[in-house]
Design a protein around this ligand. Structure first.
Ligand SMILES: N[C@@H](CCC(=O)N[C@@H](CS)C(=O)NCC(=O)O)C(=O)O
Ligand SMILES: [Fe+2]
Length: 291
């Protein structure tokens, strides 16, 4: 069977979708883009979302083979380390995460931080393969939203994260450090070379027009009805993407999230009092101080 069973878990607070992708024939599964809950007002983290995933996995008698991230997220913390501590499964992300670590290592002025991707068990490059039970997976390098973004193609399903959203919601932004609208266009085009009926699972849904959250489309549907690709040239896409990105504020948690996510979901090391802290670079980015 080439058709993994896919369950999406919607994270209301950040509009993120976390996935469990299973080969029901063998009872093996992967977790993709799990969220560690974080309340920026109190500085507290929680594992409610990740525990709901573990409960689903236990309820179905699945065993976890992989904990996969599609990119270093800028809007939420990754629960990869927490889930590794609970399941023993290896973690993975795109190999270009090293370039993203270098970029942010300068911004955060971290001392002694290893910018070598050693925080994950496996770094995937374009064309690499892996498996979940008897189902084969392969990897596209899909830069544009971030330098390190990758797409996991698992059987007839592709986890396209922040490239295309649902057809009524266009595409992801391309204005983060290392982002590029023209790279994002190329990454989207590669995804759209998959067969028309390929199931596409997106990384976010912001509930366009207040509708219910939804996350599954197909290549055919995207080609026909996503206004960021249907009938568009690369130049059209770059123009519309760049214009929209100029209107978007930085994600509320970007400066919090990257210092956790570039550590593979590990919180920063404790200081001599045993407490862990986040560090916010001041005036590294422009924003509206009056908001
Ligand atoms: N308001 C959200 C925005 C998050 C955000 O920027 N999301 C990215 C994906 S990580 C995106 O592509 N957003 C597209 C958009 O907001 O149109 C926040 O502050 O967290
Ligand atoms: Fe993202």
């Amino acid at each position: 069977m080439n058709t993994p069973d896919v369950t999406g878990f919607y994270h209301e607070r950040t509009g993120s979708i976390q996935y469990v992708v299973a080969d029901l024939a063998t009872g093996k599964c992967a977790i993709i883009d799990p969220v560690l809950d974080y309340d920026e007002k109190s500085g507290s983290t929680a594992t409610k979302s990740a525990d709901a995933i573990l409960q689903h996995i236990a309820g179905r008698g699945l065993s976890v083979e992989w904990i996969l991230d599609t990119h270093p997220h800028a809007d939420h913390f990754s629960a990869a380390q927490y889930l590794k501590s609970k399941t023993g499964a290896p973690t993975a992300i795109g190999a270009h995460v090293i370039a993203v670590q270098r970029l942010w290592n300068d911004i955060y002025n971290w001392s002694g931080f290893a910018c070598d991707g050693s925080q994950w068990d496996r770094l995937f490059s374009a064309g690499d393969s892996f498996s979940i039970g008897n189902i084969d997976g392969t990897v596209f390098h899909s830069p544009g939203h971030t330098l390190a973004s990758i797409t996991y193609v698992i059987g007839d399903a592709a986890f396209i994260h922040d490239t295309l959203f649902m057809p009524d919601s266009g595409s992801a932004r391309a204005d983060f450090p290392g982002g590029s609208a023209s790279d994002l266009w190329s990454s989207i085009q590669e995804i759209l070379t998959l067969p028309d009926e390929t199931r596409l699972f997106t990384g976010h849904d912001y509930r366009q027009g207040g509708r219910q959250a939804t996350w599954e489309s197909t290549v055919g549907l995207q080609r026909r009805s996503n206004p960021h690709v249907a009938g568009k040239t690369q130049a059209d896409f770059i123009a519309l993407r760049t214009a929209r990105d100029r209107t978007l504020p930085m994600p509320k948690l970007m400066l919090h999230a990257l210092q956790v996510n570039l550590r593979g979901g590990e919180l920063p090391p404790p200081e001599d009092n045993g407490r862990r802290y986040l560090k916010i670079p001041l005036n590294a980015f422009s924003g509206t101080a009056s908001d």
